[in-house]
Design a protein around this ligand. Sequence first.
Ligand code: CA
Length: 354
Amino acid sequence: MTASSPPYVLVVEDEATIADVQIEHLQAAGLRVEHLSRGDLVEDHVRAFQPDLVVLDVMLPGMDGTDVCRALRRFSQVPIIMVTSRSDERDRLLGFDLGADDYVCKPFSPRELVARVRAALRRRPAGAARSAGSVPAAADELVVLDAASQRVLCRGQALELTPHEYRLLAVMLGQPGRVFSRASLLEQSYDDPTGVFDRAVDSHVKNLRKKFAAIAPGHVFIHSVYGMGYRYEAEAADAQPAPAPRPASQAAKVPIELKARVPAFLASRREGIDEMQRALDDQRRDDLRRTAHRLAGSFALYGFSAAASSCQRLEAMAAEATSEQLRSALARLRTHLDTVDIQYVETEQFQLPE
Ligand code: CA
C-alpha cells in the first residue's frame, strides 16, 4: 500500500447481520474493506490481494477460522484479529497459539472492533513483512500488573480499580498462591488502617471479583480460604456445560448505532429459531447446535445477552438433552424475544491500553 491509499481490511464472517455491521464501521473509519463469507476462500484471497489486516471469525463454512489462521501464518505475517463467540472459545484459541495478533470476543461494540483494528494496524512494522518471532498482542498471561501506570490488565483490558482495590490486588498478585489474612491485607493496602474493619477487605474482594468476572467470566482469581483469608490464583472455573451467567437484567442493551437494524435482525433471528425447531424435529442435532452457535454470536453482538446465553445453553445441550428439553428451551427463547425490553445504549469508546 502507498502512503495515500487507506489500509485494506479483509473481513471474513459468514453471518450477514454481523458482517454488515463490521463492514459499515470499518468503512466509516476510513478503511477499505472486502468481505468473504467462507473460510476456504481466504488463503487465495490473501495471496492475491495482500490485505493489510484480516478480521477472522472462528466458526466458518468451508474451513474453520483456526485452520485459516494457521494456513495464513505459513506464508504471511498479515495482522489477524480473531472474532470469537464465547470467552471459552477465546481461551481455547489462546491455548493454540495460532499466531493471531488479537482476539475480540463477542459481544463487542463495533467501535471496539475499530479501535482494535486501528491498534493492530499501528503496530505493524513499517515496510517489509514482520519477523516471524514478533510478540502477539494478546497477553500471554491473563492478568498483568503494570506498576508504572498503577493498573491491572486482565486480558489486556484495564480493570477500573479504586486505589485501595489496586493496592490490595497488587499485594496478592505479588505472591500468587499465598494466603493473606484480612488483617495483613488491610495493613498493606491502607496507609493508616486504624479504624478500618476487616470487613472492608471482604467488600474490596467482592468488588474485585465482579470486575474480573466482567472481563474473564470463566475464571476464578481470588479464592476464599476458610478461616484464614484470601489467596490469588488465576484458575479456569469448572468447565461444566456452563450455567450461563444470568444477566442482572433481562433487558437487551443494544448499541444505539444498531437501532435501525433491530427489526430486520429480530426477524432473521426468529427464522433462525424456526431453523432450530426444524432441525430438532428432523433429529439433525448437529445443525441445531451450529445454528445455536451462530445465533449466540449475533445476539451477543447486538446486546441481547439473555438470548445469547440461551443460545449458548442450547448449543451445549444440543447433543445430549431430550427433545422435550430442547423444545421447551426454544419456546422460552421465542417468548423472551417477544417480550424482551430493548434499551438503546451509547457504547462507550473502547480504550486500548497504549
Ligand atoms: Ca460464524
